[in-house]
Design a protein around this ligand. Structure first.
Ligand SMILES: Nc1nc2c(c(=O)[nH]1)N[C@H]1C(S)=C(S)[C@@H](COP(=O)(O)OP(=O)(O)OC[C@H]3O[C@@H](n4cnc5c(=O)[nH]c(N)nc54)[C@H](O)[C@@H]3O)O[C@H]1N2
Ligand SMILES: Nc1nc2c(c(=O)[nH]1)N[C@H]1C(S)=C(S)[C@@H](COP(=O)(O)OP(=O)(O)OC[C@H]3O[C@@H](n4cnc5c(=O)[nH]c(N)nc54)[C@H](O)[C@@H]3O)O[C@H]1N2
Ligand code: SF4
Ligand SMILES: [Mo]
Length: 733
């Protein structure tokens, strides 16, 4: 019996961890002797999550066992999905890949890697190897919808995308959290189960936390101080904060000159951006900003932290860069209570150093940058619709739903209709799978052996550092297969090697070959376990047998302040680059944006409202997640904006801009800043007959209003702008 399994009479308890968000909560899963899950509970003893879990983790088995789950390969015939065998699916898709590759070359084949599977270890790595098998550069990833700006900034400033300082929350005296809502989303780029509790503890010991957000969030109502900021003006706030910090004399010039470069350049660039100047645009009065700068400078350990509210704006890279400069020059980077830099289980910063002398990789059209070898999702439609060398003809979508989650849904849908081959690897027929030629039955995370991916394992963004391994706790349902198995088989069927290398392909497939050895094979680990076993050994955690026993996680060394600056910065000269040339070059252009903002006055701007029971686009097919008013996304509008437009709470309205129009119901609330409206993304499932619960909901797809295309992207990181979209609202006649 494996040691992460305990039997109590008819019930067996297995330990695992949730892979829905970065919190990676430890869970126990009770399974009866028919193999059915009777309950999932938070693991009280887990090193980091210590008994925290949310409803999504606790109901995970009900998604796994959903009656709408696709458990066989399906092919679309005359518009209808029909079940086919794996042999047929592999041979037909493999044949199509061979043909498309022969006719159009490797770049005609691409893959969009979605969010849910990005919390697992092997699928993202093997997705890359799968795309490379064809010699293709077309890996699309949700990073361009949520965080690529952070990776770009870290590359340029610290020398590696995975170096991501995060607030030392438990010791901080002062935090300004910009565009984040921890109690709902559990934060990003910091692994924070119990986030509400942690912030309350911080305030209870006399520290201050300020939520800077166009919406008074669930978090802001529970703890700390809240202040409105006009959507998509964070970059001006950061500029003025840095300017006031310099003016206050709080920068330790000697420390900066010793460990950082480019400071004089930055000082000149931020000089014009005074608190008084930016106040009419941001909505943060100059006196308030200066009060915060003073408190920040006086605190023994303070930080600015930003999340998707900033990342998804039109200047996510510049805003995040300035934030990192502020934390660095104030002496808070690498300081107890400031921001700390964790360590992954392997030192990625040595393996993945950014080379400033190498020309940046670009997408085939325009000046669009690739970030960590991924193409921004905002040009996916261009890639399909624009003829020329490398035009995309075949797309795999693994655990993603781009037709709801990427910008300009109408255009992207039109583009997907032009694809010669669209294969969705999913648990159910999503809005994207609905257009697929084939839908392949993917695995649920309860069915996968795993270690946590990027955040814990590569970046170490865990305030309580630990490592963990889990076996699959449930068998694959029906004919479902692990995504990594599919990649290997598809490559074989098409006549290509994973990663373009026979040796690499052989290494990935080795676990499977060993399993075929008579008698002995069945006792050996399967191919995923085999690879994870190697990773665990390389990282010094020993055998899987040992890791299985550590059901609550293995503690890793605590984060050490003073261990980063001068030691782990991997830029060419080992110093932090405060003034990357391409960032500095963008700053003068902000003047025009600033003038536009001033002229726009209070024009309505749309932001996203992430909700407890909506996880991106995929939790609406469960009755408990769409109860009562949760069966739709409501447009949140301030009382004064509603009054000005003579609109009332509950009324249906038309939300529109030059992209299109959607119909939504209004929720009038004092929680919204005047001039800002908020709507949850990931809705609009009414036409999905195969989603028996979601099809009865009444929400609308906000991404019909978001722009895509070459000129829509944030120029440095290629992020889509999903927050701060100009819109109009009028009564639905
Ligand atoms: N329940 C739930 N949890 C989730 C998810 C989910 O969909 N549902 N998604 C997961 C994923 S994929 C991610 S990436 C993380 C994201 O985690 P977070 O980044 O914490 O996401 P949000 O809760 O959307 O917080 C963003 C906040 O920014 C605010 N905001 C919007 N525009 C602006 C702006 O222009 N300026 C400022 N200052 N603020 C702005 C919004 O009001 C919102 O409160 O959450 C993860 N967790
Ligand atoms: N307007 C607007 N748009 C946004 C955002 C926003 O704030 N505003 N947020 C953005 C963010 S932060 C993100 S991360 C993206 C998310 O964008 P996506 O990743 O494209 O969307 P999800 O809804 O997370 O997609 C999940 C799909 O994966 C399937 N799935 C779930 N688990 C598994 C699994 O284990 N295996 C397989 N094979 N399939 C699985 C689900 O059934 C679903 O169809 O959306 C972005 N879009
Ligand atoms: S907080 Fe995130 S990791 Fe924890 S149970 Fe909920 S969804 Fe899973
Ligand atoms: Mo995300």
């Amino acid at each position: 019996m494996q040691s992460n399994v305990q039997a109590h009479g008819a019930i067996t308890t297995r330990h695992t961890f949730c892979r829905i968000c970065e919190a990676a909560c430890g869970l126990t899963v009770d399974i009866n002797n028919q193999g059915a899950v009777v309950a999932i509970a938070p693991n009280e003893q887990h090193i980091a999550s210590t008994g925290y879990a949310c409803l999504k983790g606790l109901k995970a088995h009900e998604f796994r066992d959903s009656p709408d789950r696709i458990t066989q390969p399906m092919k679309r015939v005359n518009g209808e999905l029909v079940a086919i065998s794996w042999a047929q699916a592999l041979s037909e898709i493999g044949g199509a890949l061979k043909r498309i590759h022969g006719a159009h070359g490797g770049d005609a084949i691409g893959l969009y890697l979605g969010n849910p599977i990005s919390m697992s270890f092997l699928p993202p790595l093997l997705s890359t190897a799968f795309v490379k098998a064809f010699g293709s550069s077309k890996l699309y990833h949700t990073g361009s919808q949520d965080c690529n700006n952070k990776f770009v900034v870290a590359e340029r400033m610290y020398g590696c995308a995975q170096i991501q300082p995060f607030p030392d929350i438990d010791h901080s005296q002062f935090i300004i959290a910009v565009g984040s809502n921890p109690v709902v989303s559990k934060m990003s780029f910091i692994s924070m189960p119990h986030s509400g509790k942690r912030f309350k503890a911080l305030v209870a010991r006399g520290a201050r936390v300020i939520w800077l957000n166009p919406r008074r969030t669930e978090t802001a109502k529970q703890v700390g101080e809240h202040h409105f900021i006009r959507p998509d003006t964070d970059v001006f706030f950061m500029l003025a904060f840095l300017q006031a910090l310099i003016e206050s004399g709080a920068v330790d010039e000697r420390h900066v000159r010793q460990y950082m470069t480019g400071w004089d350049t930055v000082k000149v660039l931020v000089a014009p951006w005074t608190a008084e100047r930016v106040a009419p645009v941001t909505g943060v009065p100059a006196a308030t900003l200066r009060d915060w700068v003073q408190a920040y400078a006086a605190a023994d350990g303070a930080s600015l932290y930003s999340s998707t509210g900033v990342n998804q704006g039109s200047h996510g890279s510049l805003a995040f860069w300035l934030q990192e400069v502020i934390n660095a020059v104030s002496g808070n980077l690498d300081k107890r209570g400031g921001t700390l830099v964790g360590k992954g289980i392997v030192d990625v910063s040595k393996l993945n150093r950014f080379d400033p002398d190498k020309p940046l990789a670009k997408f085939r059209l325009g000046e669009v940058p690739l970030v960590m070898d991924t193409v921004p999702a905002g040009v996916l439609a261009d890639d399909i619709l624009t003829p020329g060398a490398g035009q995309l003809k075949a797309l795999f979508v693994t655990a993603g739903n781009p037709l709801l989650t990427c910008p300009n849904s109408h255009r992207l849908t039109e583009a997907f209709r032009q694809l010669e081959l669209l294969v969705a690897i999913d648990l159910h027929e999503s809005e994207t799978a609905r257009h697929a030629h084939y839908v392949l039955p993917g695995s649920h995370w309860l069915e996968r052996a795993d270690i946590p991916f990027t955040f814990n394992t590569m970046m170490g963004t865990t305030p309580i550092p630990y490592h963990q391994y889990t076996d699959a706790v449930l068998p694959l349902k029906g004919d479902a297969r692990e995504e990594t198995w599919m990649y290997l088989e598809l490559c074989r069927a098409a006549g290509f090697y994973m990663g373009g290398s026979k040796a690499l392909h052989g290494a990935f497939a080795l676990g499977r070959w060993l399993r075929k050895i008579p008698l002995l094979g069945a006792a050996l680990p399967d191919h995923a376990q085999f690879m994870l076993g190697i990773v665990n050994r390389i990282a010094g955690f020993g055998s899987l047998r040992r890791m299985r026993k550590a059901v609550n996680g293995v503690a890793r060394p605590a984060l050490a302040p003073g261990s980063f600056i001068g030691q782990r910065v991997v830029t060419g000269d080992g110093k932090i680059n405060l003034a990357p040339a391409d960032f500095c070059a963008q700053l003068p252009g902000l003047e025009a944006d600033f003038e536009r903002e001033l002229a726009a006055g209070g024009a309505l701007k749309l932001i996203n409202k992430r909700e407890r029971y909506s996880h991106n686009s995929w939790t609406h097919n469960h009755p408990d997640f769409v109860k009562g008013r949760h069966d739709r996304n409501l447009l949140n509008m301030s009382t004064s904006d509603a009054r000005d437009r003579t609109l009332a709470d509950g009324q249906w309205v038309r939300l529109s801009n030059s992209q299109g129009e959607i119909r939504v119901q209004l929720a009038v609330t004092d929680d919204m800043m005047p001039g800002a409206v908020a709507l949850c993304h990931g809705w609009g499932h009414q036409h999905m007959e195969r989603l028996s619960v979601a099809s009865l909901t009444a929400g609308s797809n906000v991404n019909i209003l978001a722009r895509d295309g070459l000129d829509s992207l944030e120029p440095i990181s290629g992020m889509s702008q999903l927050n701060g979209i100009l819109v109009e609202v009028r009564a639905d006649a």
